[in-house]
Design a protein around this ligand. Sequence first.
Ligand code: HSE
Length: 436
Amino acid sequence: MEPVKVGLLGLGTVGGGTMNVLHRNAAEISRRAGREIRVVHAAARDLDPTGIDGLESVQITEDAFEVVENPEVDIVVELIGGYSPARELVLKAIENGKHVVTANKALIATHGNEIFQAAQRKGVTVAFEAAVAGGIPIIKALREGLAANHIEWIAGIINGTGNFILTEMRDKGREFADVLKEAQALGYAEADPTFDVEGIDAAHKLTILASLAFGIPLQFDRCYTEGIGRIEPQDVIYAEELGYRIKHLGVTRRTGSGVELRVHPTLIPERRLIANVDGVMNAVLVQGDAVGPTLYYGAGAGSLPTASAVVADVIDVTRTLTTDPENRVPHLAFQPDELSDLPVLEVEQVVTAYYLRLTVEDKPGVLARITGILGDAGISIEAIKQKEPREGETQVPLVMLTHSVEEGRMNEAIAAIEAMETVTAPVARIRVEHLG
Ligand code: HSE
């Protein structure tokens, strides 16, 4: 049978890895796909071919549009990243009747609805396994492996850079900026690393997971996003003393009134497996009504792990080239005309437990007043501890865990606490998920 011809857009970290995986596992990949998979055309700017196998037989161009216009190419693999020109390239490839494989989470989360509609009209597939959690086949698990389930919630560590930073801060007491530099040098961080530390990258990925889990359109602009920049070393220590780890989690949950979609630092009981996922590793915990909890773990970034997902998609697309487009697995797991209009909730409607750290004057009556405010708001306290004053300070940290409460109500209570004269700094608050 004729080889399947691939056009590759981007020969950087993931593009180079994709070439190498296709080259090193060529024979086995052909046995799985039923045909040889051959990269015939690739686009790259400032190409450094060092360490990339198999480039000798590939036509190289600087103009990515040449690849999507090449009539010989069956599958376009988009590994450029970013919004533009990735969107224009993918739409042009679809218009030209080519299947697309992409690792671009920003593109799928923000333009996916438009892209999938275009692909549907044209009868081509857009595959995006590498867009979420690097090498972990979480898209396939949600779309196919768990298709029997009513998915209840998903909680994931889905940004390797952020997890690497938090782990190094906790284990080695390193400074935030110093660890970020190392993550950039290792090729984990996004081109704009604020995407990693402010949770935007995780929000892109969570948006995609929520659509696959609940059959809702992609709604990145509705995702609540909070980064890790405000976590203080003392919170990491106090959390540990309470039996928790701080992780940057993406959480999406189906409730009676809508879907929670949120990325933020989170305290997780340290006995949970996911609390022990460290370094650049990712993990996604999925709760289905039939299967119960399932956990997916692996490398969430890096050249070969991401290439593993890209090449798996190329193999998948190759296998379905001759199938009827109407009978392929739907892009977003549910049939396109069966998407639900379940609303994404405002963060004020989200119900979680909280870790609070207050800075207060050590005087009689202060604690009673604070617990009074919380009690009046219907917020129940699970644990409370007054810490030693920090060196040279007269105020003391007061650390507490609460039971679950609607966020809007917690906001009001915090505002009332911060208005007290004896509370001398803004309240540090971190949401708590027990993931039971
Ligand atoms: N910057 C991303 C991360 C790369 O750190 O997880 C993989 O999407």
